[in-house]
Write a protein that binds this ligand. Structure first.
Ligand code: NAD
Length: 481
């Protein structure tokens, strides 16, 4: 059984306590590795190493920093199959998805920020007849990155890459539920010659390791992706310490389908936006609003396609859905399906656990589920389920669907399907959402601002937004007269 280790000061080490936590393969429901059960003393060592490395790393020319990051990316790319298999085993997602999305995107994140920093410039402000200001944007120092389990290496590198490119040293914590690819990354960093202490990866539980990152006085900025409740806890501790915070939190995204849409494209993309990664993407559209003239037609086609979607073990090339990430998460999703029934919903397809055979018999599989007949403001339609469960609701006007779409505490992403250009822009303007996709879903340009409004987060990631987050601006005024 593989014993994952922390990566501190360039070395792979066990937790100071020597304790470990079991790591499950959700496709089989068995323990297949262990991770260090780290605590505040491990974070203290990581911060010490990061602090010692900061002067060297922040003074390394950005071209050289970028070159090491590209070397890391190239090594990951050369091992794409091994990384994809590791991600899939840890998370339960189809290997095909990990190979086509997760790992290539992690490689892109590293390459993107390795080069973005070469183009990053600070502002200057001229004052006529008086002088001018120039703004220095310098790395912050030691920063903390905490990431979730749904897109493990993809989201881990989305934070680490801009932090490192900008010249910071990092103390990072992957989710304890999916630690494997972060561990493989630490091996690659050693191989690529990343100087010791520049990146430290500490494994363990959120309330121990994550909490220690949040509380450490020398960690001056925290970039967090995860649940809204966890974001609240982190903010309550870090805000009074005046730490810079980037919080990417939960969502309950509307997918709005007008009668004048391109039906086939809306249908096939809705299959993905509903059930990709077992519905465990913060950007999935779990509330589907369909304009009444096409409601029955769309419902029939959507239910038929969903019922035919193969739920299978992750290595099955035919699998459209693999396992959900853990037993407790599976139970949470199933409990929401029961809640939906209690709230008056009708399960049109799915609604149950899938029992597999042989070595996968204890795995955590759920049939993709469509529910109708719920009010827009019931709990099922307001709370994040984060699984392969969507609701469908008819609507009659733009005003009505906007009211329902904007009714939740969240504001992460929205999708609009219409061939009417004016309507598309009107909807985009009025949706309370950090990201709007028109006639598409999950098309990502890494330069664009990424994040949510309302309780879906604070701040934006992506492009220069991320580089601005990971730098401290200092304005200098020069009198010229
Ligand atoms: P989570 O909040 O339970 O955990 C996220 C990370 O925070 C993990 O590494 C965890 O160990 C750590 N953590 C837990 N408690 C902590 C604490 N008290 N202090 C510090 N760190 C702590 O979330 P999850 O279940 O891993 O992920 C699912 C959630 O993430 C969903 O709500 C989803 O919408 C959200 N998400 C958001 C985005 C986005 O970009 N907005 C992307 C992916 C996932």
């Amino acid at each position: 059984m593989k014993a994952i280790q922390n990566y501190i000061n360039g070395e792979l080490v066990a937790a100071s306590s020597g304790g470990t936590i079991d790591n499950y393969d959700p496709s089989r429901g068995v323990v297949y590795s262990t991770i260090p059960d780290s605590a505040h003393e491990d974070i203290a060592k990581a911060v010490e190493a990061a602090e010692a490395a900061f002067e060297g790393w922040s003074n390394t020319p950005k071209e050289a920093r970028g070159a090491i990051m590209i070397k890391i990316a190239d090594i990951i790319e050369s091992r794409l199959d091994a990384f994809a298999l590791a991600e899939s085993t840890d998370n339960g997602k189809p290997v095909k998805l990990a190979a086509e999305v997760d790992i290539p995107r992690a490689v892109s994140n590293l390459k993107f920020f390795a080069t973005a920093i070469q183009h990053f410039a600070a502002e200057s402000h001229y004052m006529e007849g008086i002088g001018f200001n120039y703004t220095l944007r310098k790395p912050i120092g030691v920063v903390g990155c905490i990431s979730p389990w749904n897109l493990p290496l993809y989201l881990f590198t989305w934070k680490i890459a801009p932090a490192l490119a900008a010249g910071n040293c990092v103390v990072a914590k992957p989710s304890e539920i999916t630690p494997m690819t972060a561990y493989l990354l630490s091996e690659v960093c050693k191989e690529a010659g990343l100087p010791k202490g520049v990146l430290n990866i500490v494994h363990g539980l959120g309330p121990k390791v994550g909490d220690a990152i949040t509380r450490h006085p020398k960690i001056k900025a925290i970039s967090f992706t995860g649940g809204t409740a966890t974001g609240q806890t982190i903010a309550s501790i870090a805000a009074p310490m005046f730490k810079k915070l980037s919080l990417e939190l939960g969502g309950k995204n509307p997918n709005i389908i007008f009668a004048d849409c391109d039906f086939d494209k809306a249908l096939s993309t809705t299959m993905r936006s509903s059930f990709a990664n077992q519905g465990q993407i913060c950007l999935c559209g779990s509330r589907i609003f369909i304009e009444r003239p096409i409601y029955e037609k769309f419902k029939e086609a959507f239910v038929a396609k969903t019922a035919a979607s193969k739920v299978s073990f992750p290595q099955d090339p035919e699998a459209k859905l693999g396992a959900v990430v853990s037993k407790s998460h599976m139970e949470k999703i199933l409990s929401y399906i029961e809640l939906a029934k209690e709230e008056g919903g009708t399960v049109l397809t799915g609604g149950e656990r899938v029992m597999m055979d042989g070595e996968y018999k204890d795995g955590y599989y759920i049939r993709p589920t469509i529910i109708e007949g719920l009010t827009f403001d019931c709990r099922t339609n307001q709370e994040e389920i984060f699984g392969p469960v969507v609701t469908i609701t008819p609507f009659d006007s733009e005003e009505e669907v906007l009211m329902m779409a904007n009714s939740t505490q969240y504001g992460l992403a929205a999708t609009v399907w219409t061939e009417n250009l004016n309507k598309a822009h009107r909807m985009a303007d009025k949706l309370d959402s950090g990201i709007v996709w028109i006639n598409s879903w999950l098309v990502r340009d890494l330069r664009t601002p990424f994040g949510g409004m309302k309780n879906s987060g604070v701040g934006r990631e992506g492009g220069f937004e991320a580089l601005r987050f990971f730098t401290e601006p200092k304005n200098v005024f020069v009198k010229s007269n």
